[in-house]
Design a binder for this molecule. Structure first.
Ligand code: ADP
Ligand code: MG
Ligand code: ZN
Length: 484
C-alpha cells in the first residue's frame, strides 16, 4: 500500500446452496442437463404458480449463522426485488428484506502485516446473510447473433453473505474469502466451485487518506469468479483510486466489471443510473419464523468446524499451524489425512500428504478422491518405513509409484520387487569395508579432518547396496570401522 493511504474493502459473497431441490419449487437443484429441463411453473414464473420455501435451505443458512456466531432472527420476511432481464422469468427476484435470517456474525483472519504492522488476528464482521433465489442463464451465441435462455438455474437457492467494511488489503480479502470458502464447504452447504459460479463474490473497494475518519467513495466490482481475480481486481481498484485522489480528481460511486483479459476493471453503471428495484414484501410467502428447537437441532448436527479441526490437528498430531492449515485445504484432503494418520503416525502422515501426495496431485491435476491411492496403503507404507522394513528412499522412489498404479499392498510390492531394507550388520559391514578400500584418497582426506567426506562414504555404501541398506546402520557401522 502506498504510504499515506488506507484501503477499505467489504465483500459480498453469493453461495449456491447444495439443497436437493430449488428454493421455492420441487425442481432438482442441479447444474447441467438439457437447457430448461429442470423447470416447472413456479421457477418459470407462470401466472398463478405459488412458491413454497425450501426448509433445507433455511437449515443451511442457520448452520452458517451458528458457525459465524451470528444472531439468528426469529422472524424475517421475503421481498420482491423487481427488475427486467430475460433470465429472470418472474420479473422479480425473491430475496430477504431489511431483516435477514442471519445477522451480525464474524470470522477471524490473520491481519496483513504490510498494512497493520503485525499479523495478529483481526475480526471481520459479517453484517448479514440472507436467503434469495438465483436467476437463469443467458447464453449468447456470437456466430448466429442469437441469445438463448436456460432457466435450470432459475430459483436455485443462494445465501448472500455480506461482509463488513473491515478488510484493509487485497491479501486480507483473499484470506477472508478462503475462510468463508472453507467454512461453507466443510459445512457441506456449498460445493465451492468458483469457476462454475457456485461461490462468487462482489468486491466493494474504497480508499481514504490515512487518519481520515470517513470512508472514501466506493466502487463495487461485480461477479469475480476466482480467488486470483478477486485479488487482482482489488489491487487494480486500490491503485486507480490512489491515482485519482493524488490528482485531486473527484469520482463517484459506481459498479464496475472485471476484464480478465486486460487485467483491469471497467465501468458498468454509475450510482445515478442505479436501478430502483421497488422492493416490497412478497405476498405469496409467509414470514420465516425460526423456533429455538430448530436452532438446537441444526446445532446438534453441525460438523466439526474448520478452525476447531485445525487447532485439534496441531494438538493431536504435533503439527504446526501452517501444516494443519495445508492439510485442511479441502474437506476431502483433511479427511484423507486423518484416515492415514489413524493407521500410522500423524507427523509422518502429514509429511507424506504435503510431500509426495501433494506432488502427485499437482502432476496429475487430480483431486485427492480421484487419485486412486488408498488411505490404508499409504498408512501401511508409513508403518513399514517406521519399522525399518524399507528405507524412506525406497518408499518414495519405488513403493509409492507402485501404489499409485494400484499394484497391491505395500508388503506385496516390497516382497515381489525384493525391496526390503538390508539391516544385516555383517552384510553392511562388508559393504562399508569394500567402499573404504576402494577410495583410499578420500579416506586420507577424511582422516585429515574433512568431515564432509563421511556423507560421501555413506552415499557410496547406499549405492553399493542398491539403495536398500538401512541408512542409520550404515552411519553407525561406518563410524565404528573408521574408529578402529
Ligand atoms: P449495497 O446494497 O449497495 O451493495 P451495502 O450497504 O449493503 O450496499 O454494502 C455492501 C458492501 O459494501 C458490504 O460488504 C460493505 O462492507 C461494503 N462497503 C460499504 N461501504 C464501503 C466502503 N466505503 N468501502 C468499501 N466497502 C464498503
Ligand atoms: Mg452490493
Ligand atoms: Zn421449478
Amino acid at each position: 500500500m502506498k504510504p499515506g493511504f488506507e484501503a477499505v474493502i467489504g465483500l459480498e459473497i453469493h453461495v449456491q446452496l447444495l439443497t436437493r431441490s430449488k428454493m421455492f419449487c420441487a425442481c432438482r437443484n442441479q447444474s447441467g442437463g438439457a437447457p430448461n429441463s429442470h423447470t416447472c411453473p413456479i421457477c418459470l414464473g407462470l401466472p398463478g404458480a405459488l412458491p413454497a420455501l425450501n426448509e433445507e435451505a433455511v437449515r443451511m443458512a442457520l448452520a452458517l449463522g451458528l458457525a459465524i456466531g451470528a444472531r439468528i432472527q426469529p422472524k424475517s420476511i421475503f421481498y420482491r426485488k423487481q427488475y427486467f432481464y430475460p433470465d429472470l422469468p418472474k420479473g422479480y427476484q425473491i430475496t430477504q428484506g431489511p431483516v435477514a435470517v442471519v445477522e451480525e456474525g464474524h470470522v477471524s483472519i490473520p491481519g496483513d502485516p504490510e498494512v497493520r504492522g503485525n499479523a495478529d488476528p483481526v475480526r471481520i464482521r459479517i453484517e448479514r446473510a440472507h436467503l434469495e433465489e438465483d436467476a437463469g442463464k443467458s447464453n449468447h451465441e456470437l456466430s448466429t447473433h442469437a441469445s438463448y435462455v436456460d432457466l435450470n438455474r432459475a430459483g436455485v437457492p443462494l445465501l448472500e453473505i455480506v461482509g463488513g467494511p473491515d478488510l484493509r488489503s487485497a491479501s486480507e480479502a483473499w484470506d477472508y474469502l478462503k475462510t468463508l470458502h472453507r467454512l461453507v464447504t466443510f459445512l457441506g452447504i456449498c460445493d465451492g466451485n468458483m469457476e462454475e459460479g457456485s461461490f462468487r463474490c462482489d468486491a466493494n473497494v474504497s480508499v481514504r487518506r490515512a487518519g481520515e475518519a470517513d470512508f472514501g467513495t466506493r466502487v463495487e466490482v461485480k461477479n469475480l469468479n476466482s480467488f486470483r481475480y478477486v485479488k487482482l481486481a482489488i489491487e487494480h481498484e486500490i491503485s486507480r483510486h490512489i491515482a485519482l485522489l493524488e490528482q485531486g480528481q473527484a469520482f463517484s460511486q459506481e459498479t464496475r466489471g472485471w476484464d480478465a483479459e486486460k487485467g483491469e476493471t471497467k465501468p458498468q453503471r454509475s450510482k445515478e443510473a442505479a436501478m430502483d428495484y421497488r422492493f416490497f414484501p412478497e405476498p405469496d410467502l409467509p414470514a420465516l419464523i425460526i423456533l429455538e428447537e430448530e436452532i438446537s437441532r441444526v446445532k446438534k448436527f453441525l460438523p466439526e468446524l474448520p478452525q476447531a479441526r485445525q487447532d485439534r490437528f496441531t494438538k493431536d498430531y504435533g503439527l504446526t499451524e501452517y501444516e494443519a492449515g495445508m492439510l485442511l485445504q479441502s474437506l476431502a484432503f483433511g479427511d484423507y489425512f486423518e484416515a492415514v494418520a489413524k493407521g500410522s503416525n500423524g507427523k509422518q502422515a502429514a509429511n507424506w500428504m504435503l510431500g509426495e501426495v501433494s506432488r502427485a496431485l499437482n502432476d496429475t491435476g487430480k483431486e485427492i478422491g480421484a487419485l486412486g491411492l488408498r488411505e490404508a496403503h499409504l498408512a501401511e507404507l508409513i508403518q513399514l518405513v517406521e519399522s525399518g522394513t524399507i528405507n524412506l528412499n525406497t518408499a518414495k522412489e519405488a513403493v509409492f509409484p507402485a501404489l499409485m498404479r494400484d499394484e497391491g499392498r505395500p508388503v506385496q510390492i516390497i516382497e515381489s520387487q525384493g525391496l526390503a531394507q538390508v539391516s544385516d550388520r555383517g552384510a553392511i559391514e562388508t559393504l562399508v569395508r569394500g567402499v573404504i578400500q576402494a577410495h583410499p584418497e578420500q579416506l586420507a582426506r577424511l582422516k585429515a579432518g574433512n568431515e564432509k567426506l563421511k556423507g560421501f562414504f555413506v552415499g557410496q555404501v547406499m549405492k553399493a547396496g542398491n539403495g536398500k541398506v538401512n541408512p542409520q546402520l550404515v552411519n553407525e557401522i561406518l563410524e565404528a570401522v573408521l574408529d578402529e
